[in-house]
Design a protein around this ligand. Structure first.
Ligand SMILES: CSC[C@@H](O)[C@@H](O)C(=O)COP(=O)(O)O
Length: 352
């Protein structure tokens, strides 16, 4: 294992939030200071911070920063202004439900806490910190449950992952990459294969960076190489994260996840989704109800500052797709791994 310190994408620093700028990795490791809620909203929208649980943590701090900016001692007026903050943060990214979950939790705490506005603000900061601390523990539990459910042979596994569901995408440790980490630390990992993940290349830029930080052997492949690698017998299991899971287990995750699930099924390779309960949206019956973010075409036609397409082409850039539950072997949560059809049993465990 390498001696690099753990990666925390969101850090509270006395009076501001420090974010690792994920748009600049791996070429540059830079921190961005966030002091105002509208800057936090921009950081989420522009993907300085990204990944469903990390977005939730960032939004929770965004709510506190917004609360801190409200200049009134009158409780009703404070709550009205806080709703404006919440709405601004809600408008940033539509698919990852952790964003809405964290904002709702902060609003509930604000509404239910008695006392002066100054005290409400203090409790909101503590709640954001609690959401963050609990996500870290959650990811470690997901990693451990994931390790227990991975195929028992071969002893050293080759795991394929998509996008970045690592420490950078959570409070730390990661969900899918948390399972990879636990397998590595438990001596059950030969290597991880990282899909590049077009168009934003989170696999290429972020997953490989995290693996190199920890000394985890990593092989990068372009997205269209997964079926070939499976056919060659190079992959023992697929582990991915999630942005929103419907009650029936249909799972929205980074665009390309659905392709991967289909090719895994075609090769009889187990396909695991690793996610905290905060990523499950029990209000949605099935995946067709999950809103899919459509992002700027520039992400597709430009690499860095270079346009790779001729002028005159039209683009379609959905950021997520939905993998049907029947293609998923198990969903690994902090309360254990369950078949998608058993997901409903975890409903009572969810903190709302
Ligand atoms: C633990 S993160 C799970 C998902 O959020 C992750 O797989 C993913 O799709 C991230 O998408 P992104 O668009 O980079 O925010």
């Amino acid at each position: 294992m390498s001696g690099n310190p753990p990666v925390y994408p969101v850090v509270w620093k006395e009076d501001h939030v420090a974010l690792i700028d994920q748009t600049r990795l791996p070429t540059e490791y830079a921190l961005v200071e966030i002091r105002r809620y509208d800057d936090m909203a921009r950081a989420i929208q522009t993907m300085i911070v990204r990944g469903a649980p990390a977005i939730g943590v960032a939004a929770a701090y965004g709510m506190y920063l917004g609360a801190r900016e409200i200049q009134t001692e009158e409780r009703g007026e404070f709550l009205t202004h806080l709703e404006t903050v919440a709405e601004t943060l809600r408008q940033t990214r539509p698919t990852a439900v952790n964003l809405f979950w964290a904002i709702a939790r902060m609003q509930t705490v604000a509404r239910q806490t008695l006392g002066p506005v100054s005290y409400l603000k203090k409790v909101l900061l503590e709640t954001a910190q609690e959401i963050q601390a609990s996500d870290l523990k959650t990811c470690q539990a997901i990693g451990d449950y994931g390790l227990a459910v991975l195929p028992s042979t071969p002893q050293k596994l080759r795991l394929l992952t998509h996008c970045n569901a690592g420490a950078l995408a959570t409070a730390g440790y990661g969900t899918a990459l948390g399972v990879v980490r636990s397998a590595w630390r438990g001596d059950r990992l030969e290597r991880v294969y990282a899909d590049e993940t077009r168009p934003r290349l989170q696999g290429a830029k972020l997953t490989t960076w995290e693996c190199v930080q920890e000394g985890i052997p990593v092989t990068a492949i372009a997205d269209n190489m997964a079926a070939h690698c499976m056919k060659q017998g190079l992959i023992d299991a697929v582990v991915v994260g999630a942005d929103r899971i419907a009650a029936n287990g249909d799972t929205a995750n980074k665009i390309g996840t659905y392709n991967l699930a289909i090719v895994a099924k075609a090769h009889s390779i187990p396909f695991f989704v690793a996610a905290p309960l905060s990523t499950i949206d029990f209000t949605l019956v099935e995946g067709s109800e999950i809103p899919i973010e459509i992002r700027d075409a520039e992400e597709l036609y430009q690499i860095g500052s270079t346009r790779i397409y001729p002028l005159g082409v039209e683009f379609y850039n959905p950021a997520f797709d939905v993998t049907p539950a029947e293609l998923i072997t198990a969903i690994i949560t902090e309360h254990g791994a369950v078949a998608p059809s058993e997901l409903y049993q975890l409903q009572t465990q969810q903190v709302v």
